[in-house]
Design a protein around this ligand. Structure first.
Ligand code: HEM
Length: 159
């Protein structure tokens, strides 16, 4: 075979393989394009609302952080708004059909002097709520992966 013919044959084989990979991936259901969004895997708005309600109950019972939320839980309208904003935020961050209408994280937590320990305590309370509703380890890690970069805007009280 001439070297041109053998190079052509290699090119054709490579093209067939390149075309076959996405077809095989789609057919076997392993394509990320087919994977359900994190929002759906968290149980949609209903699942997220259940997690947020339990999360806020945990925060309120957590002596490491509940003093920050005393004024919030004492005012039912303020508490309801806080929960709505948390649901919207988690819904939007997980790819759901919501728009977060609260303040940006820096503005919302300005002047609170939240420390890394406070931040970690709140993350632990959220993890407890996710565990209670048997949210899978992948979903949990994915959600915490979206929230942890917010620490820079939330916890500025370490000095
Ligand atoms: C990943 C961590 C956190 C997330 C995603 C988060 C998210 C939020 C959101 C969405 C709001 C509502 C903002 C608005 O209504 O405009 C908020 C408010 C607030 N957050 Fe955080 N937060 C986090 C960590 C913390 C920590 C560690 C503390 C204190 C220990 C804290 C204390 C507060 C307080 C006191 C408010 C005001 C509640 C109110 O409206 O009465 N947050 N946070």
């Amino acid at each position: 075979m001439s070297s041109f013919a053998s190079r052509l044959r290699i090119a054709v084989v490579m093209l067939v393989v390149a075309l076959a990979i996405p077809v095989i991936a789609l057919a076997s259901g392993t394509s990320t394009a087919k994977e359900k969004s994190l929002y759906v895997r968290l149980g949609g708005k209903k699942g997220i609302t259940a997690v947020v309600n339990d999360f806020v109950t945990r925060i309120n019972g957590d002596t490491r952080v509940n003093s920050f939320f005393a004024a919030t839980v004492a005012d039912p309208a303020r508490l309801a708004k806080f929960k709505t904003h948390l649901v919207e935020q988690l819904c939007q961050a997980s790819g759901g059909p919501c728009k977060y209408t609260g303040k940006d994280m820096k503005t919302a937590h300005a002047g609170m002097k939240i420390t890394t320990d406070n931040f970690n305590a709140v993350v632990e309370d959220l993890t407890g709520a996710l565990d209670k509703f048997k949210v899978g380890v992948n979903e949990k890690n994915q959600l915490l992966g979206v929230l942890s970069p917010m620490k820079a805007d939330i916890a500025g009280g370490d000095e």
